[in-house]
Design a protein around this ligand. Structure first.
Ligand code: GAR
Length: 219
């Protein structure tokens, strides 16, 4: 019998283009994760429609129904556990999760962030990369820790910064690598090839794995 796939929940706040590529990757029965549940903190998140179109159960837990951060997180936690969640992917989920929540899912939450962490945690990463004059920018998938946009790095993808870039053109180029490194990270973690050891991610028993770093992808 085929091994059970890792039941994965995706948390979104908006458009859901990263959700779309995770769903597409998991459409292959050989992929080690299945997208079993999609949760949003916003009823108007476009990605919810996409999940429904694929027959994936969804839920909305927002401020209107759960006033405080603690109430919201208790509801997230209950919904995730009800769905039999083993792994969580934050895919454009624009809310900082508290330490108790993060600790109770330790090493079972992945986040995608639009910069080469530890550079540019937080918002407006593309604007800040242009202001800083970096030549290379990109995106990171990492295990989540209580500190914002911090935690053991699974995959990274880098793109060149071009002379005439605006925050929008740079964001588009980075999004292209996001769509490659998130399914890759989910594959590595769900298959058990990647795991956390001493706050570093070890892949196939080694500290570095060539397939976890995407360099100079085509534009
Ligand atoms: C993505 O660029 C993701 O990296 C970013 O939000 C966007 C969501 O797009 N996440 C963060 O900034 C989190 N700090 P999507 O909804 O189309 O996947």
């Amino acid at each position: 019998m085929a091994e059970a796939r890792t039941r994965t929940a995706v948390l979104i706040s908006g458009r859901g283009s990263n959700l779309a590529v995770l769903i597409a990757a998991a459409a292959d029965a050989q992929f080690p994760a299945e997208i079993a549940f999609v949760l949003s903190d916003r009823a108007d998140a476009k990605g919810l429609g996409l999940a429904r179109d694929h027959g994936i159960p969804t839920a909305v837990i927002d401020k209107a129904t759960h006033g405080t951060k603690a109430e919201m997180e208790a509801a997230f936690d209950a919904a995730l556990r009800d769905a039999g969640t083993e792994l969580i992917c934050l895919a454009g989920f624009m809310r900082i999760l508290s330490a108790p929540f993060v600790d109770s899912w330790r090493d079972r939450i992945l986040n995608i962030h639009p910069s080469l962490l530890p550079l540019f945690p937080g918002l407006k990463t593309h604007e800040r990369a242009l202001e800083a004059g970096v030549r290379i920018h990109g995106a990171t998938v990492h295990f989540v820790r209580a500190e914002m946009d911090a935690g053991p790095i699974v995959t990274q993808g880098a793109v060149p910064v071009l002379d005439d870039d605006t925050p929008d053109t740079l964001a588009d180029r980075v999004l292209g690598v996001e769509h490659r490194i998130f399914p890759l990270a989910l594959d590595l973690v769900a298959s058990g090839r990647a795991s956390v050891k001493g706050e570093r991610v070890i892949i196939d028993g080694a500290a570095m794995a060539p397939d976890a770093a995407l360099l100079s992808p085509p534009d």
